[in-house]
Design a protein around this ligand. Sequence first.
Ligand SMILES: Cc1cc2nc3c(=O)[nH]c(=O)nc-3n(C[C@H](O)[C@H](O)[C@H](O)COP(=O)(O)OP(=O)(O)OC[C@H]3O[C@@H](n4cnc5c(N)ncnc54)[C@H](O)[C@@H]3O)c2cc1C
Length: 370
Amino acid sequence: MRTHPIVVVGGGVIGLLTARELALAGHEIRLFEQGRLGREASWAAGGILSPLHPWRYPDPVTHLAKASMAAYPALCESLARATGIDPEWTPSGLMRLGEDEGAEARRWAERFAVPIEARSLADICPNRGIDGAGLWMPAVAQVRSPRLLRALEAELRALKVAIHEEAEVVGITRERTRLTGIVVKGETVAASHVVVCGGAWTRGLLERYGLALPVRPMRGQMIVIQTPAGFLKPMILKAARYLVPRRDGAVLVGSTMESVGFVKETTEAAREDLIGAAHDLCPELAAYPVTHQWAGLRPSSPEGVPFIGEHPEIRGLIVNTGHFRNGIVLAPASARLAADLVLERDGAFDPAPYRLDRRLESAQDTPVLK
Ligand SMILES: Cc1cc2nc3c(=O)[nH]c(=O)nc-3n(C[C@H](O)[C@H](O)[C@H](O)COP(=O)(O)OP(=O)(O)OC[C@H]3O[C@@H](n4cnc5c(N)ncnc54)[C@H](O)[C@@H]3O)c2cc1C
């Protein structure tokens, strides 16, 4: 019998879905967020439900991505029904221009049974005057990240999860090797388990407890070009730039990758770069205005493989972070794995590749236990 609640630290997509998973299993949950829920990397995301160039990632990323992609339609439907907020799961498909990695992509697609075919853009997206050919991934869907976050928040409140905003967790408490709680606003809150889902800020919290995870902030900027609804249907990717058309005609253009620490400001240079990329991908976009620009801090990790596991020396302290460019798509499966670890359930995923103390290729990136 659990006498204290489970605490989740961080109110991004990873923390919210982890809290949901644990609450649905019948446990008392308290969630602490240092700012406001869902306003950091998860809010900034394009919401593409697949890694870009998925064959470039190690298998542990594909395993979580595939499971999450399969879970998303029912998750969004259930959230929309329960809360009235529709995350707009949309199977728009992703066209990747450029043939250079065709053979590798096809081998990957066959291995993981993911549909990929060589197509011309004019075929997929007629009447827009765009040409070029590439790999068409019809099964890739998208969600509107801010709506997903709002729906998750509403559902957690309905599930009676205690949500504390403007509440930075500054430490944990323990008795020898067993976690006993957290420290927040100068007080100790008792907990049976703590799941740290702190995104790019996770390392700062855990370093004091002997765990230096190689998770660092990586800024990403995006802009929005407002077109009429139905202007563009598929998502289009070329090299590092992509277009994500929403149902209402907003076309998101992403995204930069900048190692600038915890600086979240947008820049004029990125705006110009993204406008140029958008016009190159679809010249007709030049007729429409740029209406928004924003930035978010991705929690980067070596090869993009998240860290999901228990602290090697502190029982009851679990981490779920480091989803880098793929936190939205990896979130449902990552939350499931984290909940399995907390509840000591047998689950669908082998936890080994995500362990906090795993060896990494570069010694500099291997987590340091001090
Ligand atoms: C421009 C951009 C585009 C992206 N596009 C996509 C995409 O198309 N598809 C995709 O899958 N992914 C995408 N991503 C990546 C994705 O956004 C991230 O991987 C994901 O949001 C990480 O989620 P998170 O919950 O770990 O982090 P966050 O959303 O940053 O949440 C972490 C939360 O923890 C809180 N916190 C931290 N420390 C503490 C503490 N000590 N106490 C209390 N609270 C704390 C923070 O305030 C924050 O709210 C994109 C990211 C960016 C920036």
